[in-house]
Design a protein around this ligand. Structure first.
Ligand code: SF4
Ligand code: SF4
Length: 66
């Protein structure tokens, strides 16, 4: 099953990956990261490994696994 992993230490909370995801499977975490942002996280379902999110992330915070 495809999935993404977000590196909380790199995510700056710009949320453009949420807009870019065609399957709406990225959401904002309710917990602060150590860097002081609310990072994004995988919702846990529906990822198709299209890599739109990882390509658009300016901080290279998302890895996609097929
Ligand atoms: S695009 Fe990158 S930095 Fe912006 S919210 Fe998504 S993971 Fe975080
Ligand atoms: S790889 Fe595609 S479907 Fe999966 S979270 Fe990223 S944008 Fe969404």
């Amino acid at each position: 099953m495809p999935e993404i992993k977000v590196d909380d230490s790199k995510c700056k909370g710009c949320y453009i990956c949420i807009e870019a995801c065609p399957k709406k499977c990225i959401e904002i975490s309710k917990e602060f990261s150590k860097s002081g942002y609310y990072p994004v996280k995988y919702t846990g379902a529906d990822c198709i490994a299209c890599q739109q999110c990882s390509r658009i992330c300016p901080d290279l915070a998302i890895d996609v696994y097929k």
